[in-house]
Ligand binder design. Structure first.
Ligand SMILES: Cc1cc2nc3c(=O)[nH]c(=O)nc-3n(C[C@H](O)[C@H](O)[C@H](O)COP(=O)(O)O)c2cc1C
Length: 374
């Protein structure tokens, strides 16, 4: 590799802008060590909390695939089927903070120059929970974490004061971020839920609370399909299912739209893009919309649990891209950051064959006589 793949994001130096996102690929010390050995520039730990976590019986995550002849989406494995999405109803890490802290310390000792971000989650709405956020923040940074990612985005927490329920409330986003910032010496990123109408509102609230970056998307709320033979949900416990999270290729355009809403509203702020990335082409879309780093989950889960081939492809893709643009004077990924952000405009600003005859969908203004052919 010839090009300089390093980048600085929220003041932290990265060997490359590619991270494993908070999820099964990052839930153990051995996985995270393997991820760094494979070349990932950063890793965000599986979300760490203080409250007891017990996952459902059976599979916590599955993959949906589709076939070219009928576009049927199903978890059933069939020959010739291509990945459509991942679906999960896994909660945050079921390991305690005390389990995590020595592991964060050891990982940083083994890889002092790679970036380890601790994803954390507590509740909201009272001082006790704000103190829980601060304790998680202090303990993880004291153990050596280079940054904190606040999980305001898990779509299936049972508690009303946690996860995406925080990310749907701009007041809570602001208050929790501010509380963590009081305790933090390292950068604070907020991972927002895409399940709101105007995500830039919650992003703005996080920035007001002092957030150094916004991360999006977590998985989109969704339910699995019903098997037409058995009439059962393809994933269920005792016939029952709850809303879970969709990730992978199916969410890529949805997540890009959410990201564009935020990067357009806050062009000078930092963003980390997630959703449907398995190759450099998809990562580039996020970068061109204004992201400084990107994160990967589903593609890595399907590639030896930590994505050694995915990171190889991402690095080779970025290297080739920078080589291709060397003559333009580009020296790093920053040169392409946000280059296509301003190409997203209102529908009325898109050229149409009869521009003079179209008034953005409104009737012709009163007093304005339309041309009459004689
Ligand atoms: C099984 C599973 C578990 C996850 N657990 C977490 C988590 O603990 N914390 C978190 O912030 N995101 C979690 N995520 C969300 C991912 O980090 C990521 O935001 C999402 O899967 C979209 O990325 P992708 O399209 O690359 O999968 C999880 C995703 C999956 C599939």
């Amino acid at each position: 590799m010839a090009a300089d793949l390093t980048t600085t994001f929220t003041g932290v130096r990265f060997k490359n802008p590619f991270l494993l996102s908070s999820a099964p690929p990052t839930e153990s010390e051995s996985n995270i060590l393997r991820a760094f050995e494979s070349g990932w520039g950063g890793v965000v730990t599986k979300t760490i909390g203080l409250h007891p976590v017990v996952n459902v019986v059976g599979a916590k995550a599955k993959f949906m695939r589709t076939t070219p002849e009928d576009a049927y989406v199903s978890m059933r494995k069939r020959p010739g089927a291509a990945l459509h999405s991942s679906w999960n109803w896994e909660l945050i890490s079921d390991k305690t903070l005390d389990w995590w802290l020595p592991r964060i310390r050891r990982i940083k000792e083994a890889f002092p120059n790679r970036v380890l971000i601790a994803s954390i989650m507590a509740g909201s709405g009272n001082d006790k929970e704000l103190k829980n956020w601060q304790r998680l923040a202090r303990d993880c940074q004291d153990a050596g974490a280079d940054g904190l990612e606040l999980n305001f985005s898990c779509p299936h927490m049972d508690r009303r004061d946690m996860g995406s329920n925080i990310g749907k409330d701009e007041g809570l986003c602001s208050v929790v971020t501010e509380a963590v910032k009081e305790a933090a010496r390292v950068p604070v990123w907020c991972k927002l839920t895409p399940a709101t109408a105007e995500i830039e509102v919650e992003a703005g609230a996080c920035f007001r609370g002092g957030a150094d970056a916004i991360v999006s998307s977590n998985t989109f709320p969704s339910i699995p399909l019903i098997d037409p033979e058995t009439l059962e949900f393809e994933i269920n416990v005792d016939g029952l299912v709850s809303s879970g999270g969709l990730g992978g290729p199916a969410i890529l355009p949805l997540s890009l739209a959410k990201m564009a809403q935020m990067t357009r509203a806050f062009p000078d702020k930092n963003f980390s893009g997630i959703g449907g990335i398995s190759d450099f082409a998809q990562a580039l879309s996020y970068i061109l919309l204004g992201c400084g780093t990107v994160q990967v989950c589903t593609a890595a889960m399907l590639d030896q649990a930590v994505g050694p081939n995915v990171i190889k492809r991402l690095l080779a893709g970025l290297d080739a891209f920078l080589e291709r643009h060397a003559a333009d004077g580009w020296t790093g990924v920053e040169n392409s950051r946000g280059l296509r952000r301003d190409r997203i405009v209102a529908q009325s600003e898109i050229r149409r064959p009869d521009a003079a005859g179209y008034h953005s969908g409104y009737e012709v203004a009163e007093g304005y006589a339309p041309a009459v052919e004689t």
